[in-house]
Design a protein around this ligand. Structure first.
Ligand code: DGL
Length: 277
């Protein structure tokens, strides 16, 4: 038993799709979520810069005595997971391996598509993670730089977003994929339109669901589930505007967000301040 909270973070609000799945599968767990909305998006940034952000955020979450950390951002998982797993003692998982494993399990044609940000796709992380599970699977990956922006604007259906998705998916569908990894935490909100374009023959793999499943397995095997009878209280923290977070975040989370705390940059100074009391 471990009643401490789970720390979850993303470059912005997309990671709330992961929080939603975790809350579904682990309703008794307390969560502290950090959205780095002031520095969103991570997708066009270099892996060195993203790694620096990830260290700052994990230091901040550890001040809240989290028992487990989920990097609910594909770009950050691709740039930093391996490094931070080696650096910190707290268990940390990302969203790439769970999605990759699920895609290998799902595919019949052994041709898997991956869509994500520039940072995620150019890292080759999904290809690596898929090949670890099945080296014979063909991976067709593609960066879709503006898809997350459609979601940010709440343009998740309609002709413009459909045309963009059509344009991106066309080469993947022609390559014969039967499973498509939504390799960006924003994309689950586009599932309906992506499914419409990709057709019934392509199964969509959401990293959010798979990551929540993996986290649950970890907590059960480590005997780390929260056992309190009182319902959990989750906290939301943002580096940017609290009101925008509350309003837009509700779409990703699928429920109202009552309050959001704001933390200012640089986080390192803030962390030092908290430690000094
Ligand atoms: N959360 C990011 C990811 O999953 C998408 C948005 C961004 O570019 O930061 O890759």
């Amino acid at each position: 038993m471990d009643n401490r909270p789970i720390g979850i973070f993303d470059s912005g609000l997309g990671g709330l799709t992961v929080v939603k799945e975790i809350a579904n599968q682990l309703p008794n767990e307390e969560i502290i979520y950090f959205g780095d909305t002031a520095r969103f998006p991570y997708g066009p940034r270099s892996s060195v810069e993203i790694r620096g952000f990830v260290f700052e955020i994990i230091d901040f979450l550890l001040l809240h005595d989290v028992k487990f950390i989920v990097i609910a951002c594909n770009s950050a998982s691709a740039a930093a997971l391996e490094v931070v797993q080696q650096y910190y003692n707290v268990p940390i998982i990302g969203v790439i391996e769970p999605g990759a494993r699920a895609a290998v399990q799902a595919t019949r044609s052994r041709r898997v598509g991956v869509i994500g940000t520039q940072a995620t796709i150019s890292s080759g992380s999904y290809i690596g993670a898929i090949k670890v599970v099945d080296a014979g699977v063909q991976v067709h990956s593609l960066a879709c730089p503006d898809l997350a922006d459609f979601v940010e604007r709440n343009e998740i259906t309609g002709p413009r977003v459909e045309r963009a998705i059509q344009w991106y998916l066309d080469p993947l569908i022609r390559a014969g994929i039967d499973s498509l990894i939504l390799g960006c935490t924003h994309y689950p909100l586009l599932s309906e339109t992506i499914s419409k374009v990709a057709g019934d023959g392509v199964k969509l793999i959401s990293s959010a669901k798979e990551t929540a499943r993996e986290l649950k397995e970890f907590l059960i095997r480590k005997d780390n589930l929260r056992q309190e009878k009182v319902p959990p209280i989750s906290r939301f923290v943002s580096s940017g505007d609290e009101d925008v977070f509350r309003e837009l975040g509700a779409r990703f989370l699928g429920r109202e967000i009552e309050s959001v705390d704001r933390i200012s940059f640089p986080l390192q100074e803030r962390v030092a301040g908290i430690e000094k009391g």
